[in-house]
Write a protein that binds this ligand. Structure first.
Ligand code: PLP
Length: 403
């Protein structure tokens, strides 16, 4: 009898597919340009005022388990931030603190999904929406962004997917700004999503982990601004906006406005009880980061200005080449160029990513892991000269492998 469960076959993360190979190459003395993981903290040190708050919390002995749903100071601070930025009306009870947004995604799937349950993902999607879903036996239903229209949400594809499927999906999840495309949904697009969810009575989960990393004049709209009447949850956290990926602090806001939402909120807390607590010291540090608006404004402005330049310059360099074309992002820090595979002597994006790492020492992620085969995802956080060097190496690699 096999030891491993059948569903465990879906565990893993395509973003980290090549990490073992990269580690081996590094050990052999090769220099690797790592552009596969969206880890801002590896490039921009976590702001000092947040580190100081962490150190103070440690010194004050705040190192035990916290209440399973999080310390009240942080839950209130999360609600206050959302209310201030998006004119919402949340209270402490609506907020549950998790160990990163990753744990929120895990809890969502455990809460909603029985084997065979359906969930809608907008494609290209963030990979763990799919892997967590599949590890609990769920079945994805895909709707698409249209690359031809700058990765604009395509409502017809969502209506079509829902019409074709006899089983009503339990929830839909998407990220805005989007990982991996970097696009920011316009308010009218979001309203279309909400209308469709309302028509079909589907619970909507908006992953807003990049809501402050928006540039080039784009305007971010939170689902809480347009989802009046819809059953929804928001997920976000410390990793990106607050540049503290290693803190492992995320949150879920599940407004307790109707019976379904109350049930979801309570069940998420039951899952939180099972793992007792999230990082208590980091919760205190994040609470003071949320309260220190002046320092945060300075830090986020400085980081977003740099990210904007790095993303924009990378786009220019990519689009100068012959073998890749990329849609201009206005948020997050990812680029998802399409590769002209038919003119290359390479099998697929998996082949591209492996050989690119071996031959040029550039580590990116394969698009197929995000539901976008024939693409690669590049993290545009490194300084411009490094990004430019990496993209020119990718171009050289494609020229070498062209037909
Ligand atoms: C869209 C999206 N959601 C969730 C996560 C996970 O974030 P966390 O570090 O809070 O677990 C990421 C990380 O890259 C992400 O891009």
């Amino acid at each position: 009898m096999p030891v491993l469960s059948r569903l465990s076959a879906y565990a893993g993360n395509p973003i980290e597919d090549t990490d073992e190979l990269a580690a081996k190459l590094k050990k052999e003395g090769r220099k690797i340009i790592k552009l596969n993981q969206g880890n801002p903290t590896a490039i921009f040190p976590t702001p000092k005022y947040i580190i100081d708050a962490y150190v103070s919390a440690l010194k004050e002995g705040k190192t035990g388990y916290s209440f399973h749903a999080g310390i009240p100071e942080l839950r209130q601070a999360v609600a206050d931030r959302q209310n201030r930025l998006y004119d919402a009306d949340f209270g402490l009870e609506d907020v549950i603190i998790t160990q990163g947004v990753s744990e929120s995604i895990s809890f969502i799937n455990s809460t909603f999904v029985d084997p065979g349950s359906r969930a809608v993902l907008l494609r290209p999607y963030y990979p763990t929406y799919l892997t967590f879903l599949k590890t609990v036996g769920g079945v994805p239903l895909f709707a698409d962004y249209s690359e031809k229209e700058g990765f604009k949400f395509n409502p017809d594809s969502l209506e079509k997917a829902l019409k074709k499927e006899r089983k009503m999906p339990k929830f839909m999840i998407f990220s805005n700004p989007c990982n991996p495309t970097g696009t920011v949904m316009r308010r009218d697009e979001l309203k279309e999503v909400v209308d469709i969810m309302n028509d079909h009575g589907i619970f909507l989960i908006s992953d807003e982990i990049y809501d402050e990393i928006v540039f080039n004049g784009a305007k971010f709209t939170s689902i809480s601004e347009v989802a009046k009447g819809t059953k929804y949850a928001i997920i976000g956290g410390a990793s990106k906006n607050f540049d503290a990926t290693g803190f492992r602090i995320g949150y879920m806001i599940v407004p307790e406005k109707d019976k379904t939402s109350i049930d979801v909120n309570r069940k998420i807390r039951d899952y939180a009880k099972m793992r007792l607590s999230s990082n208590t010291t980091a919760q205190y540090a994040f609470a003071s980061a949320l309260e220190n608006r002046k320092e945060h404004e300075k830090a986020i402005r400085g980081m977003v200005d740099k990210i904007k330049d790095r993303v924009n310059r990378s786009c220019e360099v990519i689009n100068e080449g012959k073998h890749m074309q990329v849609v201009q992002p206005n948020g997050a820090f990812y680029l998802l160029p399409k590769i002209d595979m038919k003119n290359l002597r390479l099998k697929n994006d998996f082949d591209v990513v492996q050989k690119l790492l071996l031959e040029e020492g550039v580590q990116v992620s394969r698009g197929s892991g995000f539901g976008a085969p024939d693409h690669i995802r590049i993290v545009a956080l490194a300084p411009e000269d490094i990004l430019e060097l990496a993209i020119r190496k990718i171009d050289k690699f494609f020229v070498k492998h062209s037909k």
